[in-house]
Design a protein. Structure first.
Length: 373
């Protein structure tokens, strides 16, 4: 069960700090500390490692709440959870305390998949890993790692030590590992508190930090990471949309054209725009709930739902936050309203891998009976 009281408190802390986090581009330390002190970092981890044992429905609900308060905090939470579920699926034998540490909030996790060489095609890392007895030497240029330098444990993809083309290995790497460095600052249009910096890895780590067998990484990425990431990323898009929608309705209902003695909502064009926003948001939320249920209780449509839900929510968020900006006029543009942050934060979803365009292509391939890769 979701610890609603704790979630409410964390959401409030995130909301209170969101503007400063965005303006100054700083990591949302207060909200992340509050997450660490709650049970929420273990929300979907199994109870036998100290988690709450919740499923995709609760996960998307929590992310939607966090995103409506602070997009950066929500994205940090999403990356932690994707790392956690992947570790839980194939716990690295050399890190026996990893899952309990993540569940109890001592270890914040993140995902280091995207690379300079293969860009958004995260399933095809060009980085290398070579085994030498019980150690593995990893060389990788990671292009964006959310919580870089702040996370305690990193889910790192590399080309497989098998040397076979297309095979991937996944490793758990701890903060402070020799040769693992944050390679630049993070300055984004939105999600400015994310610390999504590039990282350079040139490290030797125990082979026992690998998840599963040699070459098992691709399957773990697709079967475990992808469903949770796509659901969570969609939930962030809709949480940001919800915040923009609520703020826009509030503004057009209260801002007055005094010479006409009426609110902006008296204009039929404005009413039609806010109706479109609300209907789109409601439809997307219903689809997200449907997709989350189908990931929790898989059937033959689950993979299509997983592919569709992120692209669909990402693109809806672009439209909803754009409309919110439009109906609120210069008041939104000049930052008098908390809408332009949601507008900027919402630009990230569609370009986060798998990007919306890639997902449309995958969906088209899937329904046409073509292989995805
Ligand atoms: C805020 C933020 C946080 C991030 N955090 C992380 C993180 O924590 N971990 C991580 O691993 N990565 C992270 N990323 C990286 C992200 O997942 C993507 O890999 C990255 O945004 C892709 O950018 P790019 O310039 O390399 O895109 P490119 O790959 O260069 O894509 C450019 C355009 O081409 C399109 N395109 C590419 N291939 C295809 C195709 N086959 N079919 C159709 N269209 C295609 C894309 O959709 C896009 O529109 C983050 C990115 C952002 C913006």
């Amino acid at each position: 069960m979701i610890p609603h009281e704790a979630l409410g408190q964390i959401t409030e802390i995130a909301r209170r700090n969101a503007e400063r986090v965005d303006t100054e581009g700083v990591f949302p330390a207060e909200a992340v500390d509050a997450l660490r002190s709650s049970d929420l970092l273990g929300l979907v981890l199994p109870e036998d490692v100290g988690g709450l044992g919740c499923g995709p429905m609760e996960f998307t609900e929590v992310l939607g709440e966090l995103a409506s308060a602070c997009g950066s905090t929500a994205m940090i939470y999403l990356m932690h959870t994707v790392a956690a579920v992947t570790f839980a699926d194939a716990p690295p034998p050399g890190m026996p305390d990893l899952l309990t540490g993540m569940a109890e909030g001592a270890l914040l996790g993140t995902v280091a998949f995207s690379e300079k060489g293969s860009r958004s095609h995260f399933w095809a890392p060009v980085s290398s890993a070579s085994a030498n007895g019980s150690t593995v030497s990893v060389q990788a240029d990671k292009s964006w790692v959310t919580s870089a330098g702040y996370a305690d444990v990193y889910l790192v993809s590399t080309g497989s030590t098998s040397g076979s083309a297309g095979e991937v290995d996944l490793f758990a790497m701890s903060k402070g590992e020799a040769g693992m460095t944050v390679a630049g600052p993070w300055k984004g249009l939105g999600l400015r508190g994310n610390a999504s910096s590039p990282m350079r890895i040139d490290s030797s780590i125990p082979v026992a930090h690998r998840l599963g067998d040699e070459g098992a990484g691709f399957g773990l990425m697709m079967d475990t990471g992808l469903p949770w990431f796509n659901l969570g990323n969609a939930a962030v898009s809709l949480g940001l949309s919800s915040a923009a929608n609520t703020a826009a309705i509030s503004h057009v209902s209260s801002a007055r054209l005094e010479h006409q003695n009426e609110a902006l909502s008296a204009l039929p064009t404005i009413r039609a725009q806010i109706a479109r926003m609300g209907i789109s948001l409601t439809a997307q939320q219903a689809f997200l709930a449907h997709a989350a249920r189908s990931v929790g209780d898989p059937d033959e449509a689950t993979m299509l739902n997983v592919l569709a839900v992120k692209a669909s929510a990402n693109d809806a968020a672009l439209e909803i936050t754009d409309t919110a900006m439009r109906v609120c006029g210069g008041a939104a543009f000049s930052k008098h309203l908390p809408i332009e942050r949601a507008f900027r934060d919402a630009r990230a979803g569609s370009v986060m891998a798998p990007t919306a365009d890639v997902l449309y292509d995958f969906y088209g391939k899937a329904v046409s009976g073509l292989p995805l890769f």
